[in-house]
Structures are given as C-alpha cells and as structure tokens.
Design a protein around this ligand. Structure first.
Ligand code: CO
Length: 688
C-alpha cells in the first residue's frame, strides 16, 4: 500500500468545468474569523467582509467560519459593533454556505466557565441568529464541559463538531500523555456524545506531516464521523501536514483566502486547489473566482489592516514554535507584556519557566484560555519570585485551575503548587472533582436586575452577562447614553492613504516639523496610529473634522535595534513611550491588554515606579504592577485593609489579577473606576 493510497492521479490542465472528483477534499474558509484573529488582532469589521461575501458564497466551501473565538470580545470592546448583528448581516450575503463558529464550550466566547443558564441562553441566541456549525472545544479536552451546550446544538438540529485540542509534551506525537491512544480515545468520547464531525485543533501548528498521517489514519479507523483538520501555519509545517492528512483520508481541511493566510494564521486555499487539481480529491474550486475575491480584499480591505500586521520580523515562520511548542499568539502576548513592564530582557527566563509551569499545572494543552493562564503565571514567576519562594504571585486563574474550575487536567497538578494556590482561595482549599459549572449559581436574573433597561433584549443581556465591564460600556454606546471614543471608529481608505503618504515623506526626510501653533486645535476625534517601517516607528495623529480626516502630526521615533521579538541577550529596553513634541492624544482609553501589536499605552513619560509600595507622607501608594484595565475595586474609601488583602482586580493579558494591599491601614483615596485603563506605575489607591 503506497503512502498516498487515498489520492488517485489524473494529470490534467486547469479547467473550470472539470469533472467532479471521486472524493473531493472539503474546505472550510477561516478568513472571517481565525484569519483576522491570527493576523490582525481580531479587528476585522463586518463592513470589510461584505464586499467579498457574495463571491465567497459561490466558491463551494463546506462552511465559512464567521464568528466565535475572540470576535465577540473584540467587536463590542474595540470596534463598537454588536457581535450578534454580524451573524445576521453576513447571513444576508451568504445564502448557501453554512456558518461555523468557534465555541469554547462552557467558556462560550469568554475566558472562564459560565453558569448553565447563561450557556443555554447563549446557545439559543447563537442558533436563532444563524450559526449552523458549532466547532466546540475545551482547553483541557474535558468533555464534561460540553454537557450543557451539546444538547442545545442537537435541540436546534445544528451540526456539532467536537474538537480535540492537539498538544505535545515532546517534539513529536507520542510519549506518556499525548500519544495516538490519547487522541483515539478522545475521538471515541466525542462520537459517543453525538459529534457530527471531529476536528483535530492544532492551534499552535505543532502537527508535523509524519504525525498527521498516522493520526488521521487512526482516527478514520476508529470513528465514523468525518475528520476535520485545523492546523495553524505558525511553524511552517501545516501545508505539508495537510497533504499527508489528505493522503491518509482526512475529510475537511481549514484554509484562508491568501491575504489572510500564513504567519500565525492558516495555509492559503489557492495552492491547495492547484495541488489537488485532477486528483481523486480535487476540491473542484474555481481558481479565477478565488483570484477575484483576493483582488477585492487586496485593494479595498487589506490597506485598512496592514498596520495591525506584525512585520517586526522578515520571517513568516515562527521558529520558536518548533523550539518551545507554544502558540504564536501566546508568545506575542508574552512579548507585549514583558515590553510594557520594561522586562523584555527576561524573555529567555520566561521560555525556560513555561514548560515548568505547564508541567506543574498538569501538562495542560496550551490554547485560550490555558495558554494565557500558563503564560502570565510564567511571567509572574520570573518577575516576582525570589530564590526562596516560587509562585509568590499566583493569578486568580491559576487558583481556579488548581481548584478544578476549568475541569480535569491530563495529569494531576503538582500537589505543592495546588496547596499553595488554594491556601486562601475564596471557594475553598479542597479541589473539586465534579463538572465545574455545577458550582456556578445561575446568573441571568441577577444580571438582568443589574443592567436594567440598558439591555433591551436577550442579545444585549448576554453581552453584559459575558463581559460585565466592557459589555455595559458597549450598551451605553449602542443606545446613545455615552459617546464612543474615537479609538473604536473604523479607519477609512482616505485615512490610510494620508497616513502612508506621510510615512513616505518622513522616510525621504521631507517631513516638516509639525507647527502646532498654526494648525487647528486637536479635537476629541484625534486618533493615533503607530506605524512601523523597518526599524522606525511613526506615531501618526489623524483628526477627523466635519467628516474629512485631517492629519495632525507624524512623529518619527528611531527604535533602538528594532523590536526584539526573539530571545536576545540583554535586549535594550525600548524607548517606546517617548513624549511626543505635541500633547498626547485626548485621554481616550488606550486599548487594554490588546492581544496583538496594538498601540502601546498613551505615550505618557514612563514612570519608573516599581510595584513595591511607595510610602509618602500621606500614606502608601498602591501602584499598578502592569498596564491593564480596572475590573473593580474590592474596597472603598474609608475601608480598613490588612496587607495582602485584595484591593483591586486588574485585567491584564485577558487575565484578571487580584492585587493585594501593600500595607495595612485605611483606604484614603481611590483614583480610578471600573473600566478605566491604567499604565504600569499608576497609583491605584492610597492606604494611610
Ligand atoms: Co485556530
């Protein structure tokens, strides 16, 4: 039996009307979800999907992924878009291609388990708004977390796709935990739950071609449901893995339209179409139609997004994934977090710490949210531990994981780490063994009472239930109770052109220093863009007055040695937050903990404050140890606190961090409110 026994060859020239193949490879397009989530920080706007929607509907995709994952969060938070409206709008253009969404099981589209009443309501609304296929995964592959959502998928007669998160403990498939038996066992569990298809979800691009082949073979032999492969390009192996998977008989492959392809995204569809041309697995796609879609994307859409693409490296392949087996998004989060904390020189230590933390926490797969949990804990350990004490600053999420709130880990959590994490844990010091959501009280009624009339329907209420702080803010924008900040507005092609012209001029040395005296006052509409060209960084301010955007200033900043992404010995600290010659933008909230190369926090002069208590005459200042968004204060002015007690919950890197009081005393002043963005070193409150 040859290794490509599933593919029969018939050499032929390209022909739009070629005969249908015996067993065409089915293709799901991810451009409108995973594509822009991977490359453009999930900032894709609905208006930029419409120009290609009807054409994409003609391609013959098995499905298009249009929703889920980070889209729900990003849309309401950064784009001022109603996530539910996207499904309904796109449905008007996609008349025949089914919609798929990425569902984080009991985490829905958030980062931790929600109570069953919220999960059921979310599923009702997702089905009724138009989602057809539910690609469902649990970060721990603990399918007890599927128990609430799957019956809903079945109730609406939708397609339940069960995922197995693909992860490794060594550089190849095998070893004690993640071997062929593990994946076959998981596939059988999914089949027993009624999976209509089974997906290998290789979020980090770890699957190598010669592991793909036996893996797909084994799964095809073990279960009847179609097998779907989702393998990110990050490491560069996925096109090869696709081919070996096809030879092994995989049913469905995930790709992107080429402008949304490669880097940490997915392989492009066009090379796959040509590769399979004339074979028994020919996709049958019209390559001219694909080219037409790409042309529209290139001309009308991509210019608005290219500033979000991380071009700090020439290479489209992340060698670190091959070396460290960590997802690309997780690495860029770590780099961003370390950079913002002036600690980028610690990246090597973090790389060393990651596998240790992962092992301590039960060898969990690294995927949202576990990748962030492991990543930020590794950063905490490197930055805050002393030789005498490990895990000196344990995040709330790690405590929850140790308690069992995410589910069962592949192997037991290190008992000492677990004990330390649960020492003062609010839920108790004894870990649970039941399905985590069983511990969660119903929430919708309380949320409804809390948000009141601001939530007009269930869709609104769910936005608030899932994201209480930013969701409430969005509803205030939606119903005109508050003006949305300029930062959430769409960028126009005219703005892009003006920005590019300015950068060109600056590079040619033709840029005249901005004369702030002669220009009009900057307005609240001023938006800043960070533009990176080679090793130079331009801060461009664009002010929209009376409908037409006016460029206010462009500030060129030379980076010291570029942006160090890879581990570099004692990397110079980036002088990023330099004060521009003109006043900084109006105090619109800087994007908190943006998941990708978003703008750095407002360019205020860097405060060198250490996270240590800063005592002064009027008391002890509690400062933000990292940039982030205030979720809530646990104390109010006048309350007494003892050192170590939680005062503030700060969201950073999508994680909620409970910040302890640096000293005992009375809260004298509180400087921020829920939803405010803070920079590292900002004084959060004063204890006297
Ligand atoms: Co993905």
């Amino acid at each position: 039996m040859s290794d490509h026994d599933q593919v029969k060859m018939t050499p032929m020239n390209y022909d739009v009307n070629r005969p249908k193949a015996e067993n065409p490879v089915k293709v799901m397009d991810l451009s409108l979800r995973d594509g822009h989530q991977s490359l453009f920080a999930t900032r894709g706007r609905t208006e930029d999907m419409i120009p290609v929607a009807e054409l994409m509907d003609q391609v013959g995709f098995w499905a298009v992924e249009t929703w889920g994952g980070a889209t729900f969060d990003t849309m309401h938070r950064f784009l001022n878009e109603d996530p539910w409206e996207r499904i309904r709008t796109l449905k008007r253009y996609f008349k025949k291609t089914p919609f798929s969404m990425l569902l984080r099981a009991q985490n829905l589209v958030g980062y931790s388990n929600y109570p069953d009443d919220v999960a059921r309501a979310f599923m009702d609304r997702s089905c009724e708004n138009g989602i057809d296929i539910f690609r469902t995964f649990d970060a721990l592959n603990d399918y007890r977390n599927f128990q609430t959502v799957v019956p809903k998928i079945k109730e609406y007669k939708k397609h339940f796709q069960g995922c197995i998160c693909y992860t490794l403990t060594e550089s190849r498939l095998g070893g004690e935990v993640y071997n062929l038996d593990y994946y076959v066992k998981k596939a059988k569990e999914l089949e027993a739950m009624g999976a209509d298809s089974i997906c290998i979800k290789d979020m980090a691009g770890l699957l190598s071609p010669y592991d793909a082949y036996p893996l797909i073979k084994a799964l095809k032999a073990a279960v009847k449901a179609p097998i779907h492969l989702h393998s990110h390009f990050t490491s560069g192996m996925s096109p090869m893995s696709h081919l070996k998977a096809i030879e092994a008989g995989v049913d469905i492959i995930d790709t992107c339209m080429s402008p949304y392809a490669y880097r940490t995204s997915h392989a492009a569809v066009e090379p796959l179409v040509m590769t399979l041309l004339g074979t028994s697995r020919d996709t049958g796609f019209n390559i001219h139609l694909l080219a037409k879609i790409n042309e529209i994307l290139e001309k009308e859409v991509m210019p608005k997004y290219k500033h979000l693409l991380d071009t700090s490296k020439m290479s489209v392949i992340d060698i670190n994934v091959l070396l460290h087996q960590t997802p690309g998004g997780m690495l860029s989060n770590l780099v961003n977090q370390l950079r913002e904390m002036d600690a980028l020189d610690k990246i090597d230590d973090v790389y060393k710490e990651l596998p240790k933390v992962r092992k301590d926490l039960g060898q969990i797969p690294l995927v949202t949210p576990t990748s962030q949990i492991v990543g930020s804990q590794a950063v905490n350990n490197v930055l805050f531990d002393s030789p005498g004490e490990r895990y000196s600053k344990i995040s709330d999420q790690v405590k929850a994981l140790c308690f069992g709130m995410y589910g069962k880990t592949a192997v037991p959590i290190d008992p000492e780490v677990q004990k330390k994490a649960l020492q003062h844990y609010e839920r108790g010091s004894e870990p649970i063994t039941c399905r985590p959501a069983e511990l969660l009280e119903p929430m919708l009624e309380k949320d409804k009472a809390a948000i009141g009339d601001l939530a007009v329907d269930m869709d609104d209420l769910l936005i608030y239930a899932l994201f209480p702080v930013t969701g409430k803010k969005f509803l205030q924008w939606k119903y005109g109770k508050e003006d949305p900040p300029a930062s959430v507005k769409a960028i126009t092609l005219e703005e892009v052109k003006k920005r590019d012209d300015l950068v060109k001029k600056a590079l040619a040395g033709e840029l005249v220093e901005p004369k702030t005296v002669s220009g009009p006052e900057k307005t609240d509409n001023l938006r800043k863009f960070n533009v990176f060209v080679d090793n130079e960084y331009f801060e461009v301010g664009v002010d929209e007055v009376g409908g037409s955007p006016v460029i206010r200033y462009a500030q060129q900043i030379q980076l010291a040695g570029g942006i160090p992404m890879a581990p570099v010995a004692a990397a110079p600290v980036m002088p990023m937050p330099m004060a521009p010659p003109v006043a900084p933008a109006p105090p619109v909230a800087a994007a908190p903990a943006a998941p990708a190369p978003a703008a750095p926090a407002a360019p205020a002069p860097e405060k060198k404050a250490e996270p240590a208590p800063a005592a002064s005459g009027s008391g002890t200042s509690m400062v933000a140890p990292m940039p982030g968004m205030i979720v809530k204060y646990e104390k109010k002015v006048g309350d007494t606190v003892s050192a170590g007690e939680t005062v503030v919950v700060l969201e950073a890197m999508k994680m909620e961090n409970a910040l302890p009081a640096p000293a005992s005393g009375t809260i004298k002043a509180i400087n921020y409110g829920s939803g405010d963005s803070v920079a590292k070193g900002d004084v959060l409150c004063t204890i006297g």
